[in-house]
Design a protein around this ligand. Sequence first.
Ligand SMILES: Cc1cc2nc3c(=O)[nH]c(=O)nc-3n(C[C@H](O)[C@H](O)[C@H](O)COP(=O)(O)O)c2cc1C
Length: 500
Amino acid sequence: MTKAPLHDIMLCINDIKEAAGTKLPISATDFYNSGSTNQVTVTENTTAYRKYRLRPRVLVDVSQADPSTTVFGQKIRFPLGVSPAGLQGMAHPDGELATSRACAKHGVAMGVSTFANYTVEEIRAAGLDIGPIPHCMQIYTMQDRTKQESILKRAEAAGCVALFLTADSPILGFRYNEHRNDFRSPEGLAFPMMDRTSEMIRSERHEDGFTAFNSSSHSWAREIPWLRSITKMQIWIKGVLTAEDVELAVQYGCDGVLVSNHGGRQLDETPATIDALPECVKAANGKIPVHIDGGIRSGTDIFKALALGAECCWIGRPMIWGLAYGGEAGANKVLDILYNEFMRCMQLTGCRSVADISHASLGILFSYVMSPMVPNLIGTRLELRTITRNTKSRVILSMQELATDQFILVFFQEPKRHFVAIMQIISSALTFFATALLFGQAVAHPSDPCNGRTIWADTTDCHAFYQCGAVGEPVHKWCAPGTGFNPHTNACERQEYVCK
Ligand SMILES: Cc1cc2nc3c(=O)[nH]c(=O)nc-3n(C[C@H](O)[C@H](O)[C@H](O)COP(=O)(O)O)c2cc1C
């Protein structure tokens, strides 16, 4: 049964997501949108962006603002790429071909999944018909090294600039939807790079198909020198979340890392990628570029990731929603929206080029120590309910400062539900305060410059985001990263704090 679209004007990625949901069967929507197990990471990937605020500079001439940048040695129109995501043919028959054309039209990079429904040669040619863009071939560590090598050789011959070694998937993350829906890809869709016909794929569950070819015995020492020996493409590691692994990537001579948690589809309860980014950038120390994907849903998100040190951002699901919504036109719409939002954000913050985007462009909201509670609330499945005329009791819980799809409105029709909701809210509030207490103490430095008050820090980069204030207090002030709020002077001051 198809639902009628709520509205026809597509103004943001969430509009396109909503429209895509009306076009696809539920099992396909679930497959694309879900994360693994409890959906913690997939949710936080997006909500984590909300704790940052922009620090605009005014009276800057932005009439000639230029959002272009250089990645893989090639100029792109703005700092975006489309992440490698398999099975795009299920969203629209043109699948990866449409994605490639849209990327070329908008001058952004594209990752090609090993599980694409078209060959790398076809995908690359589709883009090249419109214009030159960097394509990157995604690869897993495969049991069959000969096949892995042949995929990479084909990608290189087709003109891909880099390979993305997906490092976060020694085994597949556990995705409930695939089991509950007994998910199978639709008839007629093959994985040509893997020599898998539609019949072969449909005869097995996604997880079994993955396990049959993938190798869980991968290692830095085994993969990187071998990859170097068989290809001249740049070697990027996709799926890095820690400083330690970035250091290894540098040590092993990799060309770059993509901070990614596979869009929350692999290990659940990892940090949101935007929270892992600062420590990764710090560890890279300018030696290799750091890119990021996961949860990016607006041009402002791209801006924030750049301010935290990413060279370029990548999107997975938004492009799939675009394809489902309107094929190539839908894919173009997604890139249009993100370009316009990014450009507008640059101009309104007084940035004339991406080089102007820096740590000083961002602040962090003190009140976002409450972020642990957000997924907690969402996890309780307080859903948007339709208001009916005979609604007797109505509770509206509005969580300000969350993205539109996390902006929770709850309408209750029955007192019983009302009661349950209040209990949920109370329990979430308690969780918040408990977490806040623990969190605050965990990062308090012995020589606390806040004089006994709590120091709040970003979970990953303690140097960057100190905030001072008592538990539960509203925002005092937000400071530029690298500075801390000193309650004695009531000012943001540059301080060197040590976390451990
Ligand atoms: C449907 C789907 C299929 C994906 N397939 C792959 C894949 O084949 N290889 C891979 O490395 N990552 C894959 N990913 C992960 C994406 O490359 C990317 O990391 C993730 O989608 C980014 O998060 P976002 O969707 O929130 O933007 C897939 C993601 C989705 C949603």
